[in-house]
Design a protein around this ligand. Structure first.
Ligand code: DQA
Length: 144
């Protein structure tokens, strides 16, 4: 099984950006950890990051076409992108699982982060466990 792990804007800056919130490990470190986890779970990970809403939506359409489950960290798009929400809904309403993940716990942060426009159309949400949020999502999706 191939699982798409999609990362939204500014996550390319992991390790540099607000290390007190997101830690000191990089996006490359995250990718390496997930590749190891995927290997243990017997699945394949296609790991991507973009700062572009357009590109992220295109990748979700690709997942829909291929019926590939998705781990999505929508980053700031979480809080306002109805276009991304619609793309996620297209996926989950056709039976493809999508788990929304966050490194931090947005519910414990600024008010504007406490609303996710994605959550209601995701299969589930995992937040607040650092990079382990992704590993937990992977484990769930690997169950099939
Ligand atoms: C984030 C939380 C978002 O509020 C923020 O905009 C991010 C990262 C997280 O993983 O904790 O860029 O999605």
């Amino acid at each position: 099984m191939k699982i798409l792990v999609l990362n939204g804007p500014n996550l390319n800056l992991l390790g540099v950006r607000e290390p007190d919130v997101y830690g000191i490990e990089t996006l490359k470190d995250l990718e390496s950890k997930l590749k190891v986890a995927a290997n243990e779970l017997g699945c394949e990970v296609d790991f991507r990051q973009t700062n572009s809403e357009d590109e992220l939506i295109g990748w979700l359409h690709e997942a829909l076409e291929a019926k590939s489950p998705v781990v999505l960290n929508p980053a700031a798009f979480t809080h306002y992108s109805y276009a991304l929400r619609d793309a996620c809904a297209a996926l989950t309403s056709s039976g493809v699982e999508l788990i929304e993940v966050h490194i931090s716990n947005p519910h414990a942060r600024e008010q504007f982060r406490q609303n996710s426009v994605i959550a209601a159309v995701a299969t589930g949400q995992i937040a607040g466990f650092g990079f382990d949020s992704y590993a937990l999502a992977l484990r769930q999706l690997a169950k099939g």
